[in-house]
Structure formats: structure tokens, C-alpha cells
Design a protein around this ligand. Structure first.
Ligand SMILES: [Zn+2]
Length: 134
């Protein structure tokens, strides 16, 4: 039987191997990338606890991604530039992808803003009538 110390060393060695492997995959940048794609800057991505690597990081560039809207079923393309914005500027989770078309997202934003406005107006009215401080 192995001692706890031996087991700990094994786990540590394994973990270091995994990290080195991950770094190798990320650093294996393709020299050429197709026209219309945008290069990925892994350092700008939001950190993830996952051991797997998203396909675009492994590939080294974002490419246009066609999808069908979950709500209205319209076909749309999530462009490479939009993906770069989502993952690198907006710090979106690297495992998320676009599922709603632009029109549906806009509609949902408007609906949420309106719901929030009504909710806050209701709270104001309630605190005014009960005299509670918020
Ligand atoms: Zn839609």
C-alpha cells in the first residue's frame, strides 16, 4: 500500500503535468488564420475552473458561428468580432455561446428594464405608504 505522502506526491505531479499540457495547447498558436477570423488573447479571457479548453482557445481564433434563435427560430451569425467582444471585453463565460438573435435579445433587455422600473416604483410606493425607510 502507498503512503499518504507518496499519494500526495503523485497527485501533485499529475496536477503539474495537466497544467503544462494546458499551457502547451494554449501556446500552440496557428501561424495562419483564415480571413474573417479574429485572434484569441487567452490572457483577456475570464478565468474558468474547467480542466477542458474551449474550442476557440485551442484553435487560436474566433470564427463566425451560425446559430438558430432559441425563441423565434431565425437563423443568425454570431460573428468573430462579436465573440471577441463577448469573451474578452464583456468577460462572458468561455463556455457560453449566443442562442438568441439580436432582435430577441433587444426585446428581452427592454422587457427586463420595464419590469425593474415597475418593481422599483412599487417599492417606492410601498415605503411611502407604510412610512418605512429603505
Ligand atoms: Zn429571435
Amino acid at each position: 500500500m502507498k503512503s499518504n505522502k507518496q499519494r500526495r506526491q503523485e497527485i501533485k505531479a499529475h496536477r503539474l503535468r495537466r497544467i503544462a499540457q494546458k499551457a502547451r495547447l494554449i501556446n500552440a498558436r496557428p501561424v495562419d488564420r483564415p480571413i474573417g477570423t479574429v485572434a484569441v488573447t487567452p490572457a483577456l479571457l475570464r478565468p474558468t475552473n474547467s480542466y477542458s479548453i474551449p474550442d476557440f482557445v485551442q484553435r487560436g481564433y474566433y470564427q463566425d458561428r451560425p446559430f438558430r434563435c432559441k425563441d423565434c427560430g431565425v437563423e443568425e451569425i454570431w460573428t468573430a468580432a462579436q465573440q471577441q467582444w463577448w469573451y474578452e471585453q464583456a468577460q462572458g463565460d468561455v463556455w457560453t455561446v449566443a442562442v438568441h438573435c439580436r432582435a430577441c435579445r433587444q426585446q428581452e433587455r427592454t422587457r427586463k428594464a420595464e419590469a425593474r422600473r415597475i418593481h422599483l416604483a412599487g417599492l417606492t410606493m410601498k415605503s411611502a405608504s407604510t412610512g418605512c425607510e429603505t
